[in-house]
Write a protein that binds this ligand. Structure first.
Ligand SMILES: [Cu+2]
Length: 105
């Protein structure tokens, strides 16, 4: 006979598995005045985390959108809130550019 406890565990597991993918954190390294990788894919709800390995501050700046400053040897992040194609650049070094494709979760 199947125990009540077993059924509860199975039901909970099914619920967890059907709730979809967990939000992820996608890491972008900044080194020698460049974003690497410069082109990433994310889902709505995911976090993009920039890791600045340079001795100078950088930013991930979008036109009319979010603006994240990443101090030297520090990290900073932004949550992707809506689907779309995002072009970003560094406020301090405009030739530093990156791109994020954000898709529905
Ligand atoms: Cu920069």
């Amino acid at each position: 006979m199947v125990s009540r406890r077993y059924l509860l565990v199975a039901a909970t597991l099914a619920l967890v598995m059907s709730s979809g993918a967990q939000a992820e954190t996608i890491q972008v390294t900044i080194k020698e005045l460049a974003f690497a990788p410069a082109d990433i894919h994310a889902k709505v709800g995911d976090t993009v985390k920039w890791v600045n390995m340079d001795a100078v501050a950088h930013s991930a700046t979008t036109k009319g959108g979010w603006d994240v400053t990443i101090p030297p040897n520090k990290t900073a992040s932004a949550v992707m809130k809506k689907a779309g194609e995002i072009n970003y650049h560094c406020r301090f070094h405009p030739n530093m550019t990156g791109h994020i494709t954000v898709t529905a979760p």
